[in-house]
Design a protein around this ligand. Sequence first.
Ligand code: SF4
Length: 350
Amino acid sequence: MQQSSGTETGVAGQIAMVREVMGRRIAILAHHYQHDDVVRHADIVGDSLELARRIEGLKAEYIVFCGVSFMAETAAILAGPYQSVRLPDMEADCIMAAMAPARRVENVIAHLAGSTGRRIIPLAYVNTSAEVKAVVGRLGGAVCTSANAARMMEWGLAQGDAVCFLPDKNLAANTADALGIAEDERVLLDVRGDGRNVDPVAAGRARLFVWPGMCAIHHRMRTEHVAAARAAHPGALLVVHPECRPEVVKLADAAGSTRRIIEFCEQAPGGATIIVGTELNLVQRLAARHAPDKRILPLLPSICENMGKITEEKLLHCLQKILSECRVTVPEELSEPARLSITRMLEACA
Ligand code: SF4
């Protein structure tokens, strides 16, 4: 992370000026998938778990969240009553989160529980809307991230008869593989009929119901890309995000959260070539950080366009808006005569 300086010109310089005026009243948080132009202005850069953990310790009045809407919502839920969370582009949504609308989640789980008579514990990946998190909270479930999905799935299984994991089917499958949950104990849901199309026998014995969502950015990485990368770079290491397909994860040397991917690159021996299966902005930043000691290449150049909706210009606009809200102004036609009346008093009482 690079801090912008007051000597910079253009958009970066203007951001630096607003930051100088506002000081610690503003904190800028950026997800690892943000572009470098945005990341360089951030006070904290992290994955969704790391950023959520940092909210409680923040004293800033304004938290500017450079990520997607579910992350900003999580920050708003965790922020104090005197804090305001801003997203520089309100249309920066996560495609995966949009695949699990709250009403449907509620209907599917109600139907599964009603038709089987079993206690189904919803487990929502953090990539879900605040409405879905509220449904999950009401139904006795919890939220998880890619870093703690296995621990939380075990927790859910201990709370009830089965877990309904949403919305990422790949993270669900990879986590179930890690926990040894057999294929015939899993049911991939057809959510179009609010769960009515599920085979009742399978539903009666399932330990895991899987919502059929996915992250388009990670799901497009396939075994062919792994084969091509292995052929082009013999001896290279491969690390991927668990939102990738299970067949890709099985071919990798390691799989884990964004934090785990960063650590894997740090801990790899000098001279290593590392193929990374995650969002391109992070892969490029890792490549720049470790060059020339290690060579870091993308498994597939895959960009999250929603993360990319946050630009340096939109960040500046958001900061300027905060600044204008904070500035006390007096209409021009009033300020001159009012100034005269004040200065007369000051002079008379000098
Ligand atoms: S990378 Fe995937 S999971 Fe992350 S915000 Fe983009 S669409 Fe959502």
